[in-house]
Design a protein around this ligand. Structure first.
Ligand code: NAP
Length: 242
């Protein structure tokens, strides 16, 4: 059984990625933080389309929880290994830097950046031993361009982009690829309060993207067909220039 872990799989882009990987015959470990109803809904939809999945509830910013929940899963499934990791869970807490509270900086850095380090390090050894792995990090246009009001989020996403490029060079020889996907505006809970009507005029294709469109791209990068793509950041933003 091929196994994939998707962080933040209960809603939005992560949920669409879970469904995509399931359609590629992956058993999907659906991580989430607190929204149990939505997480169960992801599992139900995977099962309805003939796939299999299980929930792994932990806070991606909390090393102890990662060690106990993900570490336990690995301990109890010694014959299995997670060959696909999608670091998708993320939050934003927007405000101008001069008014930014310590917690707004720290929460965003811990959830978007530290999570990459803790979880990738935990799974990497198995990928290297098995000489196959796919890591896809969901970053953002903000990490490429920088966005006013998002200094914390832009810094975290830019750091993950740097980490993607560096790690790709460390593990390429072992057939482990590491890439990033940088969405622009995608219709999810994260963007539901944004004025799409006003913002879409800046976007050449004149609309927000769908989570499923991001999932199709992630699915390709996570497939064995993408073995010669690594260290890349692929934008998916309807033509919004970076
Ligand atoms: P979303 O709809 O707000 O969903 C966020 C998901 O992440 C939920 O499943 C949530 O779990 C999970 N999550 C949040 N904090 C977590 C934590 N500490 N531990 C574990 N899970 C956690 O967000 P989205 O729009 O799908 O965004 C997904 C990724 O795409 C993020 O990294 C985001 O930065 C990036 N992105 C999004 C857009 C966009 O326009 N939407 C654009 C660029 C980049 P619960 O359900 O349990 O809360």
């Amino acid at each position: 059984m091929k196994i994939a872990l998707v962080t933040g799989g209960s809603r939005g882009i992560g949920k669409a990625i879970c469904l995509k990987l399931s359609s590629m015959w992956y058993h999907v470990l659906v991580n989430y933080k607190s929204n149990h109803t939505e997480a169960k809904n992801t599992i139900q939809q995977i099962e309805e389309q003939g796939g299999s999945a299980e929930l792994l509830q932990f806070d991606v910013a909390n090393l102890q929880e990662i060690e106990s929940v993900l570490g336990n899963w690995m301990e109890n499934n010694k014959d299995a290994y997670i060959e696909v990791l999608i670091n998708n869970a993320g939050i934003r807490k927007d405000t101008m830097l001069m008014w930014m509270k310590n917690e707004e900086w720290e929460d965003v850095i811990h959830t978007n950046l530290d999570s990459f380090f803790y979880i990738t390090r935990r799974l990497l050894q198995d990928m290297l031993v098995n000489k196959y792995g796919r890591i896809v990090n969901v970053v953002s246009l903000s990490g490429l361009k920088g966005l006013a009001g998002q200094v914390n989020y832009s810094a975290a996403k830019a750091a993950v982009i740097g980490a993607t490029k560096a790690l790709a060079q460390e593990v390429g020889k072992k057939k482990v690829t590491v890439n990033a996907v940088a969405p622009g505006f995608i219709k999810t809970d994260m963007t539901k309060e944004l004025p799409e009507k006003e913002l879409k005029s800046m976007i050449p294709v004149n609309r927000f993207g769908e989570a499923e469109e991001v999932a199709d791209l992630v699915g390709f990068l996570a497939s064995d067909k993408a073995g010669y793509i690594t260290g890349e950041v692929v934008s998916i933003n309807g033509g919004l220039y970076t």
